[in-house]
Design a binder for this molecule. Structure first.
Ligand code: B12
Ligand code: SF4
Ligand code: SF4
Length: 364
């Protein structure tokens, strides 16, 4: 009997039976984990408030706007009694087959928002059979997903602030369903970072100010994805070849040695994208960008943001052959792109000049 058929044939199941059906359906739909927490204020609401007060949210003012709602799911939907948290594995293996640029793993393939919303609707319909009222989100709703994820036993929050699981490591998305049904809660996760500080030590910009506190103003994920302005000069070299997002504090996490490959082909990088070069990215026009990233999380950076990032990567590449393209972009009608292209030209030529000086000094 499938969970779908449980829902259709019997509307008088008790809360434990409903939960068994829910977990089974979640598994069928491809979710790697499904946990339940009692709806309550997020345990780290005060830490979140302090984080905002210190300006760690950078220009993401929307995080502060919905402060109360974000901390308490009962203010998002007054009938909320349980918070269901789901994990989706997106791990596609450890090597990225691209040359000269990197995109964070979560954005290799198709946009998870699009893929998961259909599945969340299926789960919500299942709960509706028992009189449940639901709202659901993946990333976009006013919910502190990781705090509730940890309460629901889906994982513990690591010092990098990522939610971690013993079997999935760091490579999973979160989704939440707020429901009016009182389902039996799971046991909250236990923190297992111990004395490890690898994520803090590896961060190229020192963005993890103290354990569990990330300063988005310094984080390359923020600077290359959410940021609509310039990338501060002090972080441009540290950006290296990351054209969208950053995975450094995830990559080093020792719990990833247990990570299993995702069964979801949609999260793999397309051969078309993998075959592209930095030259190709610098040549993109708005139309080509929209076509290439129509179904990808990369579209979040928008065309100017993506070109801005590509210019910084080009400046860090040491490739003088990119100068012609950068010179064209230096007179772009976008002031943002033009300034980053000018920076890249300066960096490339300075780099070439000092390399030549070293060669002359060495008598070559
Ligand atoms: C804003 C945002 C960002 C911002 C800010 C990130 C941040 N750490 O706050 C930026 C743009 C930098 C970002 C980056 C990334 N993000 Co993001 N992001 C979000 C979003 C929309 C909100 C996060 C938020 O509320 N931040 C505010 C801070 C204060 O909350 P918090 O990180 O949960 O922090 C809590 C802890 O600090 C805790 N706390 C404080 N003290 C202590 C002490 C202890 C002992 C403990 C246990 C906890 C604790 O209290 C805080 C409040 O709950 C969520 C989706 C959502 N709605 O939750 C996705 C989300 C967190 N992001 C996600 C991903 C995948 C990423 C990236 C990996 C993408 C990438 N590769 O480039 C990086 C990872 C960077 C990192 N180390 O976090 C996933 C994470 C999944 C997971 N397994 O954890 C989420 C959940 C989206 C999703 N639905 O899957 N992100
Ligand atoms: S995503 Fe990158 S820049 Fe941001 S905290 Fe992690 S390692 Fe640092
Ligand atoms: S790298 Fe270490 S400290 Fe950081 S999240 Fe992973 S286990 Fe925790």
């Amino acid at each position: 009997m499938t969970a779908d058929s449980v829902a259709i044939t019997d509307t008088s199941l008790d809360r434990d039976e409903i939960k068994v059906g829910l977990s089974r359906l979640a598994k069928e739909l491809g979710f790697a984990k499904c946990g339940v927490a009692v709806a309550r204020e997020a345990p780290h609401a005060a830490a979140f408030q302090q984080w905002l007060a210190e300006g760690f949210n950078a220009t993401m003012s929307w995080l502060a706007r919905e402060f109360e709602r974000r901390c308490d799911p009962r203010l998002v939907m007054s009938k909320t009694r349980s918070v269901i948290v789901l994990a989706t594995n997106y791990f596609q293996g450890s090597t990225q087959a691209t040359v000269g640029w990197r995109v964070a793993r979560y954005a290799w393939g198709r946009d998870y928002h699009e893929i998961l919303k259909e599945r969340l609707l299926r789960l919500s319909n299942y709960l509706a059979q028992f009189g449940g009222h639901q709202v659901w989100y993946t990333d976009t709703g006013p919910v502190l997903e990781r705090d509730h994820g940890s309460l629901a036993g889906v994982g513990w929050q690591g010092k990098s602030t990522m939610l971690l699981d013993r079997e999935l490591g760091t490579w999973f998305f979160l989704s939440v369903i707020l429901t009016s049904l009182e389902l039996r809660p799971d046991i909250p996760s236990v923190e297992r970072c111990g004395r490890c500080t690898r994520c803090i030590d590896v961060c190229p910009t020192g963005a993890i100010a103290t354990p569990w506190r990330l300063d988005a103003r310094r984080c390359l994920a923020f600077l290359t994805i959410e940021n609509r302005g310039p990338i501060p000069l002090e972080f441009r070299e540290a950006l290296g070849d990351r054209i969208f997002g950053c995975d450094d504090c995830l990559e080093v996490c020792p719990w990833n040695r247990f990570a299993k490959l995702s069964q979801e082909a949609a999260f793999a990088m397309s051969t078309e994208l993998a075959s592209l070069t930095l030259e190709d990215f610098l040549d993109l026009d708005r139309e080509a960008f929209n076509r290439l990233f129509k179904e990808s999380p990369v579209k979040r950076a928008k065309f100017e943001g993506f070109l801005r990032n590509a210019c910084v990567v080009a400046g860090n590449s040491g490739k003088l052959s990119l100068l012609t393209r950068l010179e064209r972009l230096a007179s772009s009608e976008s002031a943002l792109v033009a300034e980053h292209a000018q920076w890249a030209i300066k960096r490339l030529t300075r780099h070439a000049f000092s390399r030549r000086r070293l060669q002359i000094a060495a008598g070559k």
